[in-house]
Design a protein around this ligand. Structure first.
Ligand SMILES: [Zn+2]
Length: 315
């Protein structure tokens, strides 16, 4: 008797539930897809690591061609750095040849507008000999020049979206760590404060501000505790997300660096780590992920959607 009643109750409530909830749910879905409007479609490339040798030049040309030949063509390109194979530890003449390859590709194979940020591998000399410090090209200066940047961090507007381009790398002896310097953090605070509340914000950084994939790159639990190096994810992540929480119009953050793909939604911000155009440095997959570019769709309600394109890099 009891089981019959219970069964009857579940059956009845299930029917009532379906009757009441299903049309509402469908209605909500239909409403959101009808009312939200795409305002921007942007290709995101990261971690290209081009150099004259190997498959990089042809692979990168294929990447640019395939972005531009999408039937739903992106409005522009965002590049979050590591454009060249490596400047941190290589000789000047070698780095020069890498930048020539990069700029040749952009000149000859791309006609879309491009906004770039600096990656750690674009910085000359930080892992090398101290004698280079006297060279005017030492550090980020050369990369900024090659990428046509007036400053290593900046922001720009497109439709009702505001894009903030950050410089993730702070110099430490023989390398870098992922952290905004004080001057840049103060600028970011100002920039967000000066952005009208009816504009949505997307933040670009080479190194992720927040990511899940950093836990899977390497055997970083071997000590018995999770250990994520300071060079893999922003060490000032907490400070940055606290600042974001004061500006509810910050909706998305794009990065690269890890060569893996994930999406972390935290406190109103979607953090996308968008793989690598070079995959495993132009030799194939890196872990689960073949060479990729992403296309980000930006909407007038502050939402974003990502398409991952595992393009034909060997074409
Ligand atoms: Zn990197």
């Amino acid at each position: 008797m009891e089981s019959f009643s219970r069964k009857k109750f579940l059956l009845t409530s299930g029917i009532i539930g379906a009757g009441l909830l299903l049309p509402d749910f469908l209605h909500a879905a239909a409403k959101s897809s009808n009312t939200k409007k795409r305002v921007l479609r942007v290709a995101h490339i990261t971690d290209m690591h081009v150099q004259p040798e190997g498959a990089a030049t042809r692979g990168m040309a294929n990447c640019l061609h395939q972005i531009q030949s999408l039937s739903d063509k992106p409005d522009f390109i965002i590049n979050t750095g590591d454009c060249i194979m490596d400047a941190l530890g290589r000789e000047k003449s070698n780095v020069k040849a890498q930048w020539e390859t990069w700029n040749g590709l952009l000149k000859n194979e791309n006609s879309l507008e491009i906004y770039s940020s600096i990656g750690n591998h674009d910085i000359w000399g930080w892992s090398g000999l101290s004698a280079r410090r006297t060279d005017k090209h030492y550090g980020k200066q050369w990369a900024a020049e090659m990428l046509g940047l007036k400053n290593r961090y900046y922001s720009f507007d497109k439709n009702n979206w505001h894009f903030v381009v950050l410089d993730s790398m702070t110099h430490v002896p023989f390398g870098y760590t992922a952290k905004l310097d004080g001057e840049q953090f103060d600028w970011l605070k100002e920039d967000l404060a000066n952005t009208p509340k009816n504009k949505f914000v997307c933040v670009l950084s080479h190194i992720p501000i927040l990511a899940a994939c950093v836990f899977y790159d390497g055997n970083n639990v071997k000590s018995g505790n999770w250990k994520v190096p300071g060079a893999w994810m922003h060490k000032d992540s907490k400070k940055i997300k606290t600042l974001f929480s004061e500006h509810t119009n910050v909706k998305a953050a794009l990065s690269g660096h890890i060569h893996l793909i994930d999406e972390v939604a935290y406190s109103g911000v979607n953090y996308y780590c968008n793989g690598a155009a070079s995959g495993g440095w132009w030799k194939g997959d890196y872990h689960e992920f073949p060479p990729a570019f992403c296309v980000m769709n930006f909407y007038d309600d502050g939402s974003t959607e990502r398409e991952v394109h595992f393009y034909n890099w060997k074409a």
